[in-house]
Design a binder for this molecule. Structure first.
Ligand code: MTE
Ligand code: CO
Length: 390
């Protein structure tokens, strides 16, 4: 700080006057000085905010947990304001006993706590044909990472008793979109949760209050919010969200279907277009997030020169399966332009591809499942821009 710094020399209100008492904020909010830390929408992406998406401000967060009020939202028919007293979960179809659970009934099953990322299949979808949106909030912000408390779906299915020909499930939402997706039974028995808490508190209405399905590591659209029914069947239903939407059109005109797993991916969140370098050359903290729907992240490499040279980043914080990982790379910036990239490697040994490598396999017709390496161009003044290198 400069000599005669008024931040030290002058008295502030908060030095002299009593603050609010303990009853002023029965449910707390962030500091008013954090007012720009908010979810943001890209108005031209969708025709109407009711069937739309907003984005997590990844460049303003740290650690691995996304605060509840900042978890991106994706609704096909707006936020359903469900009264839990009037909400039920039904299990029907190929079961021995069709069951209806109240919220109280669900609270009497053993529950588990697990941290998972949820990534919309369309995350980074606007970047398929080239660099477009200027900020990791918009290029990568359709992800959140939350500790869920919920009942393993397996227990509810056991209670209903599965018929021997049961192979698929159809979870359905109580919103006006009545969102449905076919989920293979094996996945439900492996690790799906009927979740009712996020980061310790009730799910937010935006995230599916009072209950949502967690389908760890798989496309966000399968995580049905406001979950009200699970039908058990012997084959997939081929509904809208797995035919017309959420399929990947290849270069030959054929579409990949049922591409459930979210592939290994990472992004540098600082510096990034919304978070330029504000200091002169010298010690610089680079940070970002990495995740994989197939397991944990074993390594993240960082390049300062557009992928010519790579150095290992430092992963810090818990490393859970199908959860976000935080990485850091501290370096001495000489003030010259940089081409920043990060490349994650998951516990299956799968390496995040370059965008060119991805396009060589997938073509450019896709929207979903873009896990290509992101490049940020840091200019000598510290501003940052979304670019591509080849
Ligand atoms: N569930 C219902 N009932 N209705 C929806 O519109 N959107 C899906 C999924 N579950 C949706 C839904 C999509 S496309 C995604 S990416 C995730 O919810 C988004 O979850 P979030 O709003 O908690 O971020
Ligand atoms: Co989605």
């Amino acid at each position: 700080a400069a000599e005669g710094d008024p931040a030290i020399l002058e008295k502030k209100d908060w030095n002299q006057y009593l603050g609010d008492g303990v009853d002023a904020r029965p449910y707390g909010h962030p500091s008013e000085f954090e007012a720009d830390v908010v979810r943001r929408n890209v108005a031209w992406l969708t025709a109407d905010p009711v069937s739309s998406v907003n984005f997590t401000p990844l460049h303003q967060l740290d650690g691995i947990i996304t605060p509840n009020g900042l978890c991106f939202e994706r609704h096909h028919a707006g936020i359903a304001e469900v009264d839990p007293a009037e909400h039920r979960l039904m299990i029907n179809g190929l079961v021995d006993r069709e069951l209806v659970f109240t919220m109280q009934d669900l609270m009497r099953f053993p529950r588990e706590n697990r941290v998972y990322f949820l990534e919309c299949a369309a995350n980074s979808g606007m970047e398929w044909r080239g660099a477009q949106l200027n900020g990791c909030q918009f290029t990568h912000g359709m992800i959140h990472n939350v500790m869920y408390t919920g009942v393993p779906l397996k227990y509810l299915l056991e209670e209903a008793g599965l018929k021997t020909n049961a192979k698929w499930l159809l979870p359905e939402g109580a919103d006006a979109a009545g969102m449905t997706r076919s989920v293979p039974l094996q996945k439900a028995l492996d690790d799906c949760l009927v979740a009712f808490k996020m980061n310790g508190e009730a799910l937010r209405p935006e995230q599916g209050y009072p209950i949502r399905l967690a389908v760890p590591g798989w496309e966000g659209n399968m995580w049905v919010k406001w979950l009200r029914r699970i039908e058990v069947g012997d084959e997939p239903w081929h509904h809208r969200e797995e035919t017309s939407k959420y399929t990947d059109l290849m270069a030959n005109g054929k579409a990949r279907r049922f591409t459930w797993e979210m592939d290994v991916k990472s992004v540098i969140t600082n510096p990034s277009p919304q978070a330029p370098i504000l200091h002169d050359k010298g010690f610089t903290v680079l940070t970002g997030l990495a995740w994989s729907g197939r397991g944990s992240i074993t390594r993240v490499d960082v390049s300062l020169d557009g992928g010519r040279n790579w150095r290992p980043a430092r992963i810090d914080g818990p490393s859970f399966d199908k959860s976000a990982h935080r990485f850091y790379y501290e370096f001495d910036w000489d003030g010259s332009p940089l081409l920043l990239q990060s490349r994650a490697i998951d516990s299956e040994g799968i390496v995040q591809p370059t965008k060119d490598a991805l396009r060589a396999v997938r073509g450019t017709n896709s929207i979903y499942h873009n896990n290509g390496i992101q490049t940020w161009h840091v200019k000598s003044g510290g501003e940052v821009e979304n670019v591509e290198v080849s």
